[in-house]
Design a protein around this ligand. Structure first.
Ligand code: AMP
Ligand code: GLY
Length: 428
């Protein structure tokens, strides 16, 4: 089978690495890919938003199956275009991808179908949005309606902060048209967990829970990022919670999308807040999480390519797979300045010594090759991901590997997994 992976981040390196292990694979391409992905796939320089060129490439190379990493091409209708050309692709159509493409859409859907989430209001003008903030006079979350690369949600502890966020989005228009509407929602207290589920629009297979650390600094403080590290399993996410989430959130969401004439196929990512009153949806994504996918797929046992194919072919019931009982933990090494401005082109040292290490993968996220040297080219640079017999061991292994990597301005959080590890410590 000839497979194409679209994207160039840590998620795509991980997807390509896992697909490359499939006995069904004949040829693997990745567009545009990165130097890490180049060790398992042929990288071809087509950007993820150039849907026309991607489609022509897939036709020319007789690609049997395409796996889309990032949200932008999904929301722009890549899957529809591929399907119209007789090509199979993993991911939702444009209509279904609106679940991530518009928070106004997803919040309204949740309200309509009784899916538990934060209370909210939608505004398309500044003055009423500000008036609402002044009335609430407490903690709030201000969100950009459209895609914002994980940077469009502002958790505001005071009305002043919320007013500033509204100005940034609607007056300064830093998110462009994505910020034409804002969602102002209730602040929820609790611990977060990411649930990804494979679905063909009817059956649903929830994958193992993962906890991401979105905040930039230790202790989950500071500005939100795309994710600074993640681990699985999540001891806090009990079997009881898992059943509840499937019944009250996953099944109703898939059902709601079908009822709305937007049947969802692909991977449904639900970002949850585990509040004292029960799990609440913070956001939906219509693709694999990044970095969540990195520790998740380290634990997946079985043929991942077959699992993805079974999803699009509607044979989910028949597919065999399992989970490594060990824990996996990923530490993201980022450039200084991320998620704001950062410098590029810094040489990365220490990668070779780690290649081939057992139960360890250094997934490339923002790297490029310049004069045969691997250099930084993004905000999040690498995902150092380790398996261990338990979370403390996986954490130790990931950090001892991360310490061996260096580049000018490298930054990573030192406490990935802290909540679960503190809980284990309290118990034992
Ligand atoms: P979102 O873009 O909706 O995924 O939000 C990004 C991050 O902001 C989440 O992962 C949470 O850390 C935080 N967040 C979003 N909505 C809320 C909320 N209603 N209450 C508290 N934190 C939130
Ligand atoms: N790590 C969060 C996301 O993939 O959206």
């Amino acid at each position: 089978m000839r497979v194409l992976v679209i994207g160039s981040g840590g998620r795509e390196h991980c997807l390509a690495w896992k697909i490359a292990q499939s006995p069904r694979l004949k040829k693997l391409y990745c567009t545009p890919g990165n130097p890490g992905i180049a060790s398992v796939a042929d990288c071809v320089d087509i950007t993820s938003d150039d849907i026309g060129s991607l489609c022509n490439f897939a036709l020319k190379e007789k690609v049997d199956f395409t796996v889309v990493g990032p949200e932008v091409p999904l929301v722009a209708g890549l899957v529809d275009r591929f399907q119209a050309n007789g090509l199979r692709a993993f991911g939702p159509t444009k209509k279904a991808a609106l679940l991530e493409g518009s928070k106004a859409f997803s919040k309204t859907l949740m309200r309509k179908y009784g899916i538990p989430s934060a209370e909210f209001r939608i505004f398309s003008e500044i003055t009423p949005a500000k008036r609402h903030i002044e009335c609430i006079n407490g903690s709030l979350v201000v969100k950009v309606d459209g895609l914002a690369g994980g940077k469009g949600s502002f958790v505001c502890k005071s009305p002043e902060e919320a007013l500033k966020a509204v100005d940034l989005i609607m007056r300064e228009k830093v998110f462009g048209p994505a910020g034409e509407r804002v969602i102002i929602e209730e602040y929820l207290e609790g611990e977060e967990v990411s649930i990804m589920a494979l679905t063909n629009g009817k059956s649903i297979i929830p994958l193992e829970p993962v906890q991401d650390h979105k905040a930039l600094y230790e202790g989950d403080k500071g500005p939100n990022t795309g994710g600074m590290g993640a681990y699985t399993p999540v001891p806090k996410f009990t079997q009881e919670l898992s059943i509840k989430v499937e019944k009250e959130i996953l099944v109703p969401t898939v059902h709601a999308m079908k009822r709305e004439g937007r049947p969802f196929k692909g991977v449904l990512y639900v970002g949850l807040m585990l509040t004292a009153a029960g799990p609440r949806v913070l956001e939906y994504n219509v693709r694999f999480g990044d970095p969540e996918t990195q520790p998740l797929l380290m634990r997946l046992q079985g043929d991942f390519l077959s699992l993805l194919l079974a999803t699009v072919e509607g044979r989910l019931e028949k597919v065999e797979y399992g989970w490594d009982p060990r824990a996996a933990l990923c530490v993201v090494i980022a450039s200084a300045g991320y998620p704001g401005n950062y410098e590029k082109g810094k040489e990365i040292k220490g990668l070779e010594a780690l290649s081939g290490a057992e139960d360890l993968m250094v997934f490339h996220a923002g790297t490029a090759l310049r004069q045969k040297k691997v250099v930084t080219t993004g905000g999040r640079i690498l995902g150092v991901t380790a398996l261990g017999k338990d979370l403390p061991e996986a954490q130790k292994k990931a950090y001892s590997a991360a310490e061996k990597i260096s580049f000018d301005g490298a930054y990573y959080r030192k406490d990935i997994g802290w909540r679960a590890i503190a809980r284990l410590g309290a118990r034992g």
